[in-house]
Structure formats: C-alpha cells, structure tokens
Design a protein around this ligand. Structure first.
Ligand SMILES: Cc1cc2nc3c(=O)[nH]c(=O)nc-3n(C[C@H](O)[C@H](O)[C@H](O)COP(=O)(O)OP(=O)(O)OC[C@H]3O[C@@H](n4cnc5c(N)ncnc54)[C@H](O)[C@@H]3O)c2cc1C
Length: 493
C-alpha cells in the first residue's frame, strides 16, 4: 500500500498523460485476483471511491479525478499464457500490449489484432474494443474475447470474482458482452481475459488466434507543407479517404494494407503517411505502388520516400515510433468514425485548422487511420462496439510539455473539432459520413453541452443503440455504483 510520503506515491498517481495527477488516500499494488477481491472489499467496507489502473494510458482523468480515494494498480497482474482448460489464451490486465504480442508470438506464432503502442495495458485496451494494424485483416480484439474474469460488488457490498463467457448458455453472458467495447472502469475490476477466435476449429493452441504476416512491406512517405496549397492538400486527404471507401469491404484485397495519414500542423513543415502491407500478399510491391499513386493522384506535388523496406512483423510491432517524432508527456485527444470520405466542408475546416497562424504546435495533428475490412464483418449488436461499417478512424491529438499551456492546446483541438463537424453540432454524430466516437480515445468534452451542440448525448456518440443494453448490465453487476468516471455507463432506471 503506497501513501503520500512514500517515494513511490508521485510516480504511481499519474499516468502516461502527465497532465492528470491524482491525490488518492492510497495506491494498492495487487498481483492476484484474490488480492483484488480483498482490496476492493476493504475500500467498499470503508466507503472509499475506488479506481483501477492497468497500463495507465487513459487519455482522460478517469484514474486521477478528485473524487478517487483508492487506486488499484494492476501492473503486477501481468501473466500471458495458454489455458488448456478453456482452450484460450489468458491475458492478465497488467500485461502491456508489447508483452502480449511477444509472448503469443514467441510461444505459438499467433497474435491479437490490438493497438500499435506496445506500452498500452491490456486492462483498459481490450475492454475498449482495441484495434490496430491487423484489424482490417482480423477484426477487433474483442472479436476474439472468449471470456472475462471480473471482481464485482453486489447489492449488499460483498465482493467476489465472476467469470463470464460468450457461450450462448452462460447465464453471465451479458457481462461478457458488456466487456466487448464499453471501455474500462464500468462494471468491476477485470482480472483476466481469455482470447480465442470464435471459429477456432482444432484444439491446437496455434489455431486459437490469428497468425500475423511473417513480414511486412513498410513504407513511410512525407509531403512538405511548402509544396501544398489548399487544393492539393484537400485532394490528397480526399484521395486517401476515397481509397478506403473503395477498398474496405470485409473480403477486399485491401484489408492487407493498413495506413496512417498523419496530417500535422503546418508548423511541423511536413506530414507523413506510414503504410504497411502483408509482404506475402500477391504483388505486395505493386499493391503499395498503386496505393501511393492513388493517394497522390492529381495533387501535382511529390512526396519524399523516407523508408520502403521489408521487415519482420515482429520487429515492426516491437519498434513502434509513436504518432509523431518526439514523445511529449501531456496531450488531449478526440476521435471520429468515418463511414465515407471527408466531404468538402470537413476538408476545408481541416486545412483551415492545420494552417492557423495563431497556433504553432508542430505536435498537433489529425491522423486518418485505416479501418473497416474484417471489423465490418461483425454485426453492430454482436459486441458492444456498435460502429461496424466505418472505413476510417480519425485521431485528433495535440501533445505538449509545459503544464502552463494546457488551455492553449485544449482550445485549438476543441476549435478544430468544432470546425470540422460544424454541420453536425460540433461532433461526428451518426449520419451518412460520420458515426460517432471511439471510447478508447476517451474525450469527456462530448459530454459537455457547451462543446457538444448536437443534442446527441455522449453515450449515443460512443455506443449508439448498444447503450441501453450496457445500462442493464451496469444495473445488474454494479448495483451500488462503485465504479465510474466521466464517460462510464449509467445504470438503467
Ligand atoms: C500512445 C497511445 C497509443 C494508443 N494506441 C491505441 C491503438 O492503437 N488502438 C486502440 O484501440 N487504442 C489505443 N490507445 C488507447 C488505449 O487503448 C486506451 O487508452 C486504453 O484504455 C488504455 O488502457 P490502459 O490499461 O493502458 O490504461 P489505464 O489508464 O490503466 O485504464 C484506462 C481505463 O480503463 C480502466 N481500466 C484499466 N484496467 C482495468 C481493469 N483491469 N478493469 C476494469 N477497468 C480497467 C481504467 O480505470 C480507466 O478507466 C492508445 C493510447 C495511447 C496513449
């Protein structure tokens, strides 16, 4: 138990985003489900507000807000192994994605289609729907969630562990379902995930999860802002998004390609597009060439090739270089699902915001990231992730160092978002073009009526029609409301 005065207290009360610093009564370091039960029981008995941290990568203050009195730190609960009994891979929440990828790959040559940042924790990531570079080929991480072990608190305040599976006859199936995309901090403390493909045929461990490509054809190209006009910039972004509109069906050959177009603010001088293609796909080099040509078509400008190489998949996964060069400790993020290419009004706003003279942070960007493919082979109600027909995910992010500048950076990203979605109340509400937001890129602004003028409540943006079902699970499994944060599921009436 770590309290104020302990040298570890400061380090254990802030997450990766150092703008959020908590002041809990204590931090409990736990390394087994039994310890979690004991720690939660103690907090409940004392009437203390509890939160749980696994990898600490939350964008918002969900584990540091002022009301929190106890932080359960699950970093020590980090095993990854094959569970013969459940015929599934067990992943404990404190395991980083890097550790998950490494253990699965070294032991069995398999993987999960999770996120790109190796230091993100499985704890918050998987329950939030987790997606990454292999998601177009294989779907979301939650499409592989077979079961989950959760420490819950009942009406009388008694804590216990429960295992919920996706088996149709499991009486706890709804609790499993809620863990396929509601985000962390909602129903209890997750102490274990079990992962296995729903259609895994044989009993061999190596058949339970997808096999990653042996090698990737990797490309990194950059455009100079000096070369770009509004017209050529808009053409480029439109080309990128139109390519995704045309090549993101579940069975499209395009699912073997994953790309991030990271349109940084003009202050950066340039912006990059990082792409990877399954190197074993037929004519992978030609496919990449055609993709690059399609993105650049009609812009009248040239790009610089920084990298074009064939690398082992495992190397690419381990050596993630971040979204932008330089890793800065404070940030604010926002997101949007895109069903179609960006229309003219959104492109104009994007250009306007990225070329503003009154904001000069080179570490601010709007990344357009490949989505769709096998993700869209799953029905919206099959998991808690309702967005199953988008072709791109947008990540708005600005990063900085100096705490006295928080307001300046928050202001830019809010104005940028409001401008791009001006025609739909300042948020990417569900319509022909956009389809709401991604809970793993948590953004509490959308719950603020001053910043969300759409009239669409925050939970509809994140969960759409799945919200009522999540509310029912909340009511059943967290009846006392022991768990919660700014964007957590509220119980049904
Ligand atoms: C640099 C960076 C890159 C990212 N890249 C991707 C990406 O490629 N794809 C993607 O999908 N997401 C990505 N994310 C988002 C990331 O998946 C989420 O922020 C995720 O919630 C982080 O999980 P965590 O355990 O590291 O964070 P934490 O801060 O520990 O937890 C996040 C939330 O989950 C809750 N939580 C954590 N552990 C548990 C548990 N065991 N039981 C119950 N609740 C729990 C916390 O209370 C909190 O509300 C990225 C984030 C960052 C900062």
């Amino acid at each position: 138990m770590v309290r104020e005065g302990d040298a570890r207290y400061r380090g254990l009360t802030s997450g990766a985003n150092t703008r959020w610093v908590g002041a809990p009564e204590y931090v409990r370091l736990v390394s087994s489900a039994a310890e979690v039960v004991e720690a939660v029981q103690e907090a409940v008995d004392r009437g203390l507000k509890i939160t749980v941290r696994s990898g600490g990568h939350c964008d918002e203050d969900f584990t540091t807000s002022d009301d929190i009195q106890v932080v359960l730190n699950l970093a020590g609960l980090d095993a990854v192994y094959y569970d013969e009994e459940r015929r599934a891979f067990a992943v404990e929440p404190g395991a980083s994605l890097g550790r998950v990828y490494e253990t699965l790959y070294r032991g069995w040559g398999v993987t999960i289609p999770g996120g790109t940042c190796p230091t993100v924790g499985a704890g918050g990531h998987i329950v939030g729907g987790g997606y990454g570079a292999l998601s177009r080929m294989y779907g979301l991480t939650v499409d592989y969630l077979h079961a989950v072990e959760v420490v819950v608190v009942d009406e009388s305040g008694r804590c216990s562990t429960v295992v919920a599976t996706r088996e149709p006859d499991d009486p706890h199936r709804e609790l499993w379902w809620a863990h396929t995309g509601a985000g962390g901090g909602n129903f209890g403390v997750i102490t274990k995930y079990w992962l296995r493909a729903p259609d895994a045929g044989s009993a061999e461990p190596a058949d339970q999860l997808p096999t990653p490509p042996a090698e990737l054809l990797v490309s990194d190209v950059a455009w100079s802002w000096d070369d770009l006009t509004e017209e050529s910039f808009s053409r480029l972004v439109r080309n990128f998004s139109e390519w995704h509109e045309a090549n993101s069906a579940p069975d499209s050959p395009g699912t073997g390609l994953y790309s991030q177009l990271k349109t940084q603010h003009r202050a950066a001088g340039m912006f990059r597009m990082s792409t990877q293609v399954d190197a074993s796909a037929p004519d992978a080099q030609g496919y990449l060439d055609r993709f690059l040509a399609a993105v650049n078509e009609g812009t009248g400008v040239d790009y610089t090739v920084n990298d074009r190489s064939v690398l082992p998949w495992f190397y690419v996964v381990r050596e993630w270089f971040g979204f932008v060069e330089g890793s800065l400790p404070r940030w604010k993020a926002k997101s949007a699902y895109m069903r179609k290419a960006m229309p003219a009004d959104q492109l104009a706003a994007l250009y306007r915001q990225l070329t503003r003279d009154d904001y000069d942070n080179p570490f601010s960007m709007v990344a357009l990231v490949s989505f769709g493919g096998r993700i869209n082979a799953v029905e919206p109600a099959a998991t808690a992730v309702a967005q199953r027909d988008s072709v791109l995910k947008l990540l708005y992010v600005t990063l900085w160092t100096d705490g006295s500048e928080d307001d300046r950076h928050d202001r830019w990203i809010r104005e940028c978002y409001a401008d791009v979605y001006a025609s739909s109340g300042g948020v990417p509400r569900s319509n022909d073009v956009t389809d709401g937001c991604f809970i793993n890129y948590a953004d509490a602004d959308v719950a603020d009526p001053a910043l969300n003028g759409s009239g669409v409540p925050w939970h509809e943006l994140y969960f759409k029609d799945n919200y009522a079902r999540l509310q029912a699970v909340k009511k059943q499994w967290d009846p006392r409301g022991e768990f919660g944060h700014a964007l957590s599921v509220r119980p049904s009436a």
